[in-house]
Write a protein that binds this ligand. Structure first.
Ligand code: DC
Length: 241
């Protein structure tokens, strides 16, 4: 395996680390991808790393989904690699297998939500996420990226949106990628469930990290959100306490 350069949890003055946190369906993946593309930075989707671990756990014989210690061991050894397409999309590899689509199934979504609750798993995954971020600058998105993964990030954003709008966006995304017609009520139920899990876990809960700029995306397009972020990034930064 090639040597991975470790990104420091505390960036050097020249390293741009932009964190974007928020609940499921608030638009952070699309926004983070576009912002990273426009700024020529790496894009790190931490949710994809939990999903890849979930897939690897399901591929074990027998599957390992309830043993936190074994899952943490699997996380430390996870042969995950992230690659960017020319369009700025993310390709995720587990070993040589391109698992970009496989990690978006309902089963993987469910298992990722379950295993990301274990503190041991989160500890191991945070280390892996820091390894995956390259030192030249990164846009990283998830639930705890500004609070735990990169608490010293140069810029932090927290996105939120009305749960009904988030459910509708998720439905459209599923229809686009899988042609599926999941009922809106079911998606809303899943979103509420995941919100509950994300906000209530003891380690790495979904929180708005101190110093983050909050953007409500309910009535904004992706371009409007990205423009707002770029405007904030251009503004001179105030001295940190
Ligand atoms: O954003 P997503 O739906 O791809 O995330 C998949 C799962 O991983 C979801 O259940 C939340 C969890 N997750 C997490 O616990 N911490 C993160 N930083 C990112 C995702």
């Amino acid at each position: 395996m090639p040597r991975i350069r470790h990104a420091p949890a505390r960036p050097t003055p020249r390293t741009l680390v932009i964190t974007i946190d928020g609940p499921a369906g608030c638009g952070k993946s699309t926004v983070a991808k576009q912002l990273a593309h426009e700024l020529g930075l790496m894009y790190l989707d931490t949710g994809a790393t939990y999903r890849t671990l979930a897939l690897a756990a399901l591929q074990e014989d027998p599957p390992v989904v309830a043993d936190a210690r074994r899952l943490a061991g699997l996380a430390r050894q996870l042969p995950i690699r992230l690659d960017k397409t020319a369009q700025g999309s993310l390709r995720v590899f587990l070993g040589d297998d391109d698992v970009s689509r496989k990690i978006r199934t309902e089963q993987v979504t469910e298992v990722a939500a379950q295993i990301s609750q274990y503190p041991e798993v989160r500890g191991a995954m945070v280390e892996r996420q820091r390894e995956l971020a390259n030192t030249h600058g990164v846009v990283v998105e998830g639930r705890d990226t500004g609070s735990v993964v990169f608490p010293h990030a140069t810029h932090k954003f927290f996105l939120d949106a009305d749960p009904a709008v988030r459910a509708k966006r998720r439905q459209e995304e599923l229809a686009k990628h899988y042609g599926s017609r999941t009922p809106l009520a079911l998606i809303r139920e899943q979103i509420d469930l995941r919100d509950g899990l994300d906000r209530s876990r003891v380690v790495g809960p979904l929180v708005c990290p101190p110093g983050a700029v909050v953007i409500d995306t309910t009535r904004l397009t992706v371009t409007q959100v990205v423009d707002r972020m770029r405007h904030i990034l251009r503004a001179p930064r105030r001295a940190r306490p």
